[in-house]
Design a protein. Structure first.
Length: 164
C-alpha cells in the first residue's frame, strides 16, 4: 500500500511539473521593457498591461485568452502593472483562469512603479487596462481601455501581409 501511495505521489509531482513551467511570472524591473522589445524585435507584438484590482481587466483578460487560443503564433505579452502590489498567486490565478498561462507574463516588482511606467511610455499615467501594439518596424499604437479584439486581429493580419 505504501508503495502505491509513493508511486501516486511521484506521478502527481511529475504531472504538476509542466503546469508549473507554464505559470511563469517574470519580474518586471528597470530594463525589462527593453528586454521585451529586443526579444520580439521584427515581429508584431501585443503587450497588455493589467491589474488584479482592475475591474475592466477582469473582463478583458478572458477575452485575450480566447484571442490567443484562436490565433496561435501571435506574440502576446502581459504585464501586471497594478497600482497596488499583488500577490504572485493572485496574478497567476487570474492569468490561468483567463487562459493566458502560455503567453509571456510579467509583473511589476519595483516599488518605484512610476519609473517603470515612464520607461515604457513617458506619457503613461498608470491607467489600466492599456494595450500597446508594436509593429514589425517598432511603431507603437496604444489602446486605452478594453481592446476591440476584431481590430486587434485585423492589425495582426495587416502585419502579416506586410511580410509577404
Amino acid at each position: 500500500m505504501k508503495r502505491h501511495l509513493l508511486l501516486f505521489a511521484f506521478a502527481l509531482t511529475l504531472l504538476s511539473q509542466p503546469l508549473a513551467a507554464h505559470d511563469q511570472l517574470r519580474s518586471f524591473q528597470r530594463g525589462s521593457w527593453q528586454a521585451i522589445l529586443d526579444a520580439h524585435a521584427g515581429r508584431p507584438m501585443m503587450v497588455n498591461f493589467w491589474g488584479v484590482t482592475c475591474g475592466p481587466c477582469k473582463v478583458e483578460l478572458p477575452l485575450l485568452g480566447k484571442f490567443v487560443r484562436d490565433n496561435p503564433g501571435v506574440d502576446v505579452v502581459t504585464v501586471n502593472a497594478d497600482f497596488v502590489p499583488n500577490p504572485r498567486e493572485a496574478a497567476l490565478s487570474m492569468l490561468h483562469k483567463a487562459g493566458l498561462s502560455s503567453v509571456e507574463n510579467w509583473t511589476f516588482s519595483d516599488g518605484f512603479v512610476e519609473r517603470l511606467r515612464y520607461e515604457i511610455d513617458p506619457s503613461w499615467q498608470g491607467d489600466i487596462p492599456r494595450t500597446m501594439l508594436i509593429a514589425r518596424d517598432g511603431k507603437v499604437t496604444t489602446v486605452e481601455g478594453i481592446v476591440d479584439l476584431a481590430k486587434i486581429k485585423k492589425w495582426f493580419g495587416s502585419q502579416m501581409i506586410e511580410t509577404r
